[in-house]
Design a protein around this ligand. Structure first.
Ligand code: HC1
Length: 568
């Protein structure tokens, strides 16, 4: 530790801390745009300027290291004036269309301008005039709103190891762009959306599909059903007056009914179906010399990553479709038949924590029902906006239940939303199916938690199954490289593209942090503990689906409707 003085307060701080970290540690808020606690600091935005006695000029506190005896002043006239000037320069060439901007009231630049007390912009800047990059179904990039903080670059490279973005050009013409100024659809983008989640402004946002969904809801000829992903129920409240980690499942269902959806169903139902298929697929591969390790395939950012970067390993991916897509195909076949509705009148909407799910739903092969299986995918943030637009007082809603039968699910399905959850759900079912015995303890704690890569050995009957669980694509790369070199002996691997799994998805409320992800994850396991049924194979609605319509897992109908292939 070293002793320093910040604004007259003497403090002891770790000797490798930066001035910004030391200040935040004692509650002194220094504004910044480029700094993000989960990524290495760059000191590029220059908003976090402070005075360090003895240093030449003002310094960027996010990259300035503390030292013994240092005296820091964060609130002098010079500091405030310098910060104001930096922010005004940013605003001078910013579009300033705040009132109609997707990030209005959630924009870090807007907040900093307000916090710095900016009432006029003294500089008349030249405006940028870049075209929108909107040629993909998931993300929209507006470089005119980019403040060149570089956070998207660091998220894409550091967190995901994908490296889509880079700085290009110099001076006023500096941009953040994929190589050769390509659109995202031409780059090696997995559409995980972590760039949108970390962007301080609206330079990268999810493609907004709410207009199409409103139109469907207002079309009396359409029967509009909605499914909600496991991770949405523990995060949606953050945009609607609840604390992070508050479980708002019942309010969410009530709000969706108020919005006019004809049926409100649960992706967790089809997550249970996924376990029936994927669990059976794993048992088949394990007992009949199939390709191992088998790797989960429900996270579409992850699937895009393997297709783009490791096509030689595609045979390791489970062929079982993701719960979103299994739900989509079942709604337009099984449910349509049961409810006697013409599938062409059904509009199937899903609410996902994920931007890549928008791409997944549009894949050519995701139309086994004879129609596009899922018509529109909205992120958690888009649903929150619709609820606000409809004037629904979310926190005052009485909780309501999902509709049957596609709203009936288990605790095993809900934990899909957290890293390790798909593995745990599969192990609960695979163990009981393989041994024919009831598990004494259904909780597999070795695969839980926010460690980036987890490994465990699980004894099932006479067999020892080696499993691994990883999240983020940078961690996935570590595992895939080992598989390529033949250095692993895993049987089963779960990989999710986003930090902490879907709870940290690119479509979740902004901003997220390790603390927020921890709270969301705890809420997911709370849902599991509170569930009446906690194993997928015990879901009565799933049993009925197989008994009356689908036949057996991996059967002919399942093969046609619930399994897919990947593209090298
Ligand atoms: Fe997920 Fe999944 S868990 S991928 O993270 O398998 O998005 O929540 O819906 O499909 O169930 C996301 C979450 C989600 C699917 C399920």
């Amino acid at each position: 530790l070293v002793n320093i003085t910040i604004d007259g307060q003497q403090v002891k701080v770790p000797k490798d801390a930066t001035v910004l970290e030391a200040a935040r540690g004692i509650g002194v808020e220094i504004p910044t745009l480029c700094y993000h606690p989960e990524h290495r600091p760059e000191g590029s935005c220059r908003i976090c300027l402070v005075e360090v006695v003895g240093a030449r000029g003002l310094v960027a506190s996010c990259v300035f290291p503390v030292s013994e005896g240092m005296v820091v002043k964060t609130n002098t006239p010079d500091v405030r004036e310098a910060r104001k000037a930096v922010v005004e320069l940013l605003l001078a060439n910013h579009p300033q269309d705040c009132l109609s901007c997707q990030r209005n009231l959630h924009c870090e630049l807007q907040k900093i301008a307000a916090d710095c007390g900016i009432r006029e912009i003294r500089f008349e800047g030249e405006k940028k005039d870049y075209p929108l990059d909107a040629d993909n179904p998931a993300l929209v990039r507006d470089q005119n709103k980019c403040v060149l903080c570089g956070r998207c670059i660091r998220a894409c490279s550091g967190l995901q190891g994908v490296n889509v973005y880079t700085f290009a050009n110099r001076g006023f013409n500096t941009t953040v762009t994929p190589a050769f100024n390509a659109g995202l659809h031409e780059a090696t983008c997995t559409f995980c959306g972590q760039c949108a989640n970390i962007c301080p402004t609206a330079a990268i946002v999810e493609k907004d599909d709410t207009k199409e969904v409103w139109e469907a809801l207002h079309n009396p000829a359409k029967y509009v059903v909605v499914q909600t992903a496991p991770a949405v129920r523990v995060a949606l409240g953050e945009n609607l007056g609840f604390r992070s980690g508050d479980i708002v499942t019942g309010q969410m269902v009530a709000a969706l009914k108020r919005l006019g959806f004809d049926k409100v169903f649960d992706t967790a139902f089809s997550a249970d179906v996924t376990i029936m298929e994927e669990g059976s697929e794993f048992i088949e591969r394990l007992t009949h010399d199939g390709t191992l390790p088998m790797i989960t395939s429900c996270s579409p950012g992850w699937v895009n990553f393997v297709e783009l970067m490791y096509p030689d390993l595609l045979k390791h991916l489970s062929t079982t479709k993701s719960p979103q897509q299994i739900f989509g195909v079942l709604v337009k076949t099984y449910y349509a038949e049961k409810a006697k509705i013409d599938p062409q009148d059904i509009v199937s909407v899903s609410i996902m924590p994920c931007t890549a799910k928008k791409v997944e739903s549009g894949r050519q092969e995701m139309s086994a029902s004879g129609y596009q299986d899922v018509d529109y995918v909205l992120t958690t943030r888009e649903l929150a906006r619709m609820i606000k637009e409809a004037g629904i007082s979310f926190s005052n809603l009485k909780t309501e239940e999902f509709d049957a039968p596609l709203g009936i699910s288990t605790g095993a399905a809900v934990i899909f939303g957290a890293t390790g959850g798909v593995m745990e759900a599969a192990l609960r079912t695979v163990s009981e199916v393989l041994t024919g015995k009831t598990l004494e303890c259904i909780e597999f704690h070795a695969v839980r938690g926010l460690e980036g890569i987890k490994e465990a050995e699980v004894t099932i009957g006479e067999k020892t199954i080696k499993v691994a669980v990883a999240y983020t694509l940078a961690n996935a790369r570590i595992i895939l490289d080992k598989i390529r070199k033949g250095e692993t002996d895993y049987h089963f691997i779960e990989i999710m593209a986003c930090p902490g799994g879907c709870i940290g998805g690119g479509g979740q409320p902004i901003s997220t942090s390790p603390e927020i992800r921890t709270q969301r994850m705890a809420a997911i396991y709370e849902c599991d503990e509170a569930a009446a049924i906690r194993k997928s194979h015990e879901n009565p609605a799933v049993k009925e689906l197989y008994d009356t319509w689908l036949g057996k897992p991996l059967g002919e109908k399942s093969h046609h409707l619930l399994h897919t292939h990947y593209q090298a």
